[in-house]
Design a protein around this ligand. Structure first.
Ligand code: DX5
Ligand code: ZN
Length: 221
């Protein structure tokens, strides 16, 4: 499968969202990554339900909603999630991980489990049927612009091997945090499928946005 890009919408200047989304449509972007932070699970706040509603009116690109919130199983209905969307919840954010994933599946969307850097891939053992993808945080959640934690590169490879050995070759791996052009290439070689692109690549402003998309696409072939 070709590597896919999910631009991190929290990195887009709010006054330029429309122009950026046009570029993402024209360059074949797979998902728009939305970081939802509640100030409890993460030491930061970000965008929420009304922003998401407006974004759905603006484009047909499916959303990839990353819920960094406590007890997500109580809040999934707030997001009115759609069948072609990915919705990720954090393993560390609730006592009821399977219930939260099941709620996403029941709503018709694609459940994804997110793991903080310190969380072991072996925690996935009994929820493999409940997920379509795993989001590996390659930095600690909360802020754009952090440095890749080096051991996360091997974690990607370990996870790919683990999923394949268990017979879950179709479960995709998403990486989030310091996905620079250089790191993306390394992460791709280890087996990552979906790349959250933030301030380290698409939004570094070193390149024009469509050139930056092409450069990242090239890095993850
Ligand atoms: C949090 C966010 C950030 C960020 C990613 O989940 O998704 O990790 O926007 O982009 P970088 O790390 O490149 O700023
Ligand atoms: Zn994210």
């Amino acid at each position: 499968m070709k590597g896919q890009i999910a631009p991190s919408m929290m990195c887009v200047n709010i006054f330029e969202i429309e122009q950026y989304v046009k570029v993402f449509e024209n360059t074949g972007i797979s998902y728009l990554h939305i970081d939802v932070m509640d100030g409890f699970f993460t030491p930061n706040f970000t965008i929420g339900t009304d922003y998401i509603k407006q974004l759905r009116n603006l484009t047909n690109i499916p959303l990839d909603i990353h819920l960094m919130i406590l007890n997500p199983e109580d809040k999934i209905e707030w997001f009115d999630i759609k069948p072609n969307e990915y919705v990720s919840i954090h393993y560390e954010s609730t006592f009821h991980v399977q219930r939260a994933l099941q709620k996403i599946r029941d709503a018709g969307a694609k459940p994804m489990i997110a793991l903080n850097p310190a969380t072991s891939i072996f925690e996935l053992e009994y929820i493999l049927d409940d997920i379509d993808a795993v989001l590996l945080m390659t930095v600690n959640p909360g802020f754009a612009g952090q440095e890749l934690i080096p051991s996360m590169l091997d974690k990607i490879l370990d996870l790919r091997n683990y999923l394949n050995k268990k017979g879950y070759q179709d479960v995709e791996i998403e990486v989030d945090g310091n996905v620079s052009f250089e790191n993306a290439e390394k992460m791709r070689a280890k087996g990552a499928d979906i790349f959250v692109a933030g301030s380290s690549s698409l939004f570094s402003h070193a390149l024009d946005i469509s050139d930056a998309v092409k450069k990242l696409q090239h890095a993850i072939i």
